[in-house]
Each structure stands twice: as structure tokens, then as C-alpha cells.
Ligand binder design. Structure first.
Ligand code: HEC
Length: 192
């Protein structure tokens, strides 16, 4: 088996291309009688990713106080009363200053480089068992609360797209560009 490398095999690549092509064509035409084109409204509803720099952040906002309420009803069960984590979910708070110690604790507060990711991830993926049920205001509020639990956002202030972008996460500068030849900018330069 060791000599067989699927990603280097021209045959496999051609087969993949044929499959992908057939899939795309199938979705467009009724030949196979499968599927239909997504409507613009459906595409818009799914197109909610927010970039680290805040592109696509929606209008709305909320305070940590409002977020505490959302948190208690929707998050606490898995992430603990103060974000310390529990049996069903990881810690969301604490661990600042622990990354270079023998017992690093990676949380939103200690590890994540961008606060915008907390909004994006929560909106798309949480609550784990019912993703998508929170309104944008509730996501802003619970984001404010998780940041507040990490000492990164004051209790009474309203979190919205502007104030979210102003938050500098403690580990913002703790990442270095990945300079392996097959990733990032160098990958585009390298001929494969
Ligand atoms: C049913 C349990 C459950 C509930 C309820 C829940 N979560 Fe989670 N959460 C998880 C699990 C499990 C993970 C880890 C998922 C993974 O790594 O794929 C997670 C991961 C996260 C993370 C990423 C943590 C990290 O550092 O990787 C954040 C942020 C988060 N949850 C926020 C929330 C918020 C905010 C709510 C409430 C709106 C919530 N969660 C509700 C189970 C839950």
C-alpha cells in the first residue's frame, strides 16, 4: 500500500474531476431528478460567515447583562456557570497567561486572536444542540457576556459591530504566519 499515493495519481484526479463535474451538472439540470437550485433567500440565510476583520457583521447589539440571561438559559448547562467548562463543553473563560506554562488552558480569553470569531462561531455553531436559534441581538449579548467573563468587556456597555472590532484579544500577537511551503502565501508561489 505504501507506494500508492492517491493524491499524486493522475487517474484519481481525473476520476475526481469527472465526479465533481457530474455532480455540478446534475444539480443544474433535471436529468437525474435530484435536488434543485437554492433560492437567493436560502443562500442569504446560509451566507453568515463573519471574517476576523468583521466583514459581514450584522446590525444589532446587546450588553453583557442581557447576555448573562441568554447564557444561563442556553449555554451554562454545558459551559459552566462562569464559563469554567463542564462535562459537556469546554471552558470559555480563564487561562490567561497559562499558554506558556506546563498546563496551558486554551479558552476564548486566553487563546483566540479575534473577538469577531466568537460572534461568528457562536452564531453558526452554538448552542451545540440547537445551532441557529439565537437572534443576532442575542448573539451580540452572549458574546459580550463571554468577553465579560474573560475581563475583556465592561458589564453595562453595548456590544455591536463597531465595539466588537475595537476589542484587542490578549493573545492577538501570539500567532506567527505559517511559513510551511504548502500553506498560505508561499503555497501560491510554489509550483506543485
Ligand atoms: C449541549 C452542550 C452545549 C451548549 C448548550 C452550548 N455549547 Fe458551546 N460547546 C459545546 C461543545 C461540545 C463545544 C466543543 C465543540 C467542538 O470543539 O467541536 C463547544 C464549543 C464552544 C465554543 C468554542 C470553545 C473553544 O475554545 O474552542 C464557544 C465559544 C462556545 N461553545 C460558546 C457557546 C455559547 C455562547 C453557548 C450558548 C449560546 C453554547 N456554547 C452552548 C457544547 C455546548
Amino acid at each position: 500500500m505504501a507506494a500508492w499515493k492517491p493524491h499524486n495519481s493522475l487517474f484519481v484526479r481525473l476520476a475526481m474531476a469527472a465526479l465533481l463535474g457530474a455532480g455540478a451538472a446534475g444539480a443544474q439540470t433535471a436529468t437525474l431528478g435530484l435536488g434543485r437550485a437554492a433560492t437567493p433567500a436560502e443562500i442569504q440565510a446560509a451566507d453568515i460567515s463573519v471574517s476576523p476583520s468583521g466583514v459581514n457583521l450584522p446590525p444589532g447589539g446587546g450588553t453583557a447583562g442581557q447576555g448573562a440571561d441568554v447564557y444561563q438559559r442556553r449555554c451554562q448547562r454545558c459551559h459552566g456557570a462562569k464559563g469554567e467548562g463542564g462535562e459537556e463543553g469546554p471552558a470559555l473563560a480563564g487561562g490567561q497567561g497559562s499558554l506558556a506554562t506546563p498546563k496551558p488552558l486554551k479558552t476564548v480569553g486566553s487563546y483566540w486572536p479575534h473577538a469577531t470569531t466568537l460572534f461568528d462561531y457562536t452564531r453558526r455553531a452554538m448552542p451545540f444542540n440547537q445551532p441557529g436559534i439565537l437572534t443576532n441581538d442575542q448573539v451580540y449579548a452572549v458574546t459580550a457576556y463571554v468577553l465579560h467573563l474573560n475581563g475583556l468587556f465592561p458589564a453595562g456597555q453595548r456590544l455591536d459591530a463597531q465595539s466588537l472590532l475595537k476589542i484587542k484579544m490578549p493573545n492577538r500577537d501570539g500567532f506567527i504566519p505559517d511559513d510551511r511551503p504548502d500553506t498560505g502565501k508561499s503555497a501560491k508561489k510554489a509550483k506543485r
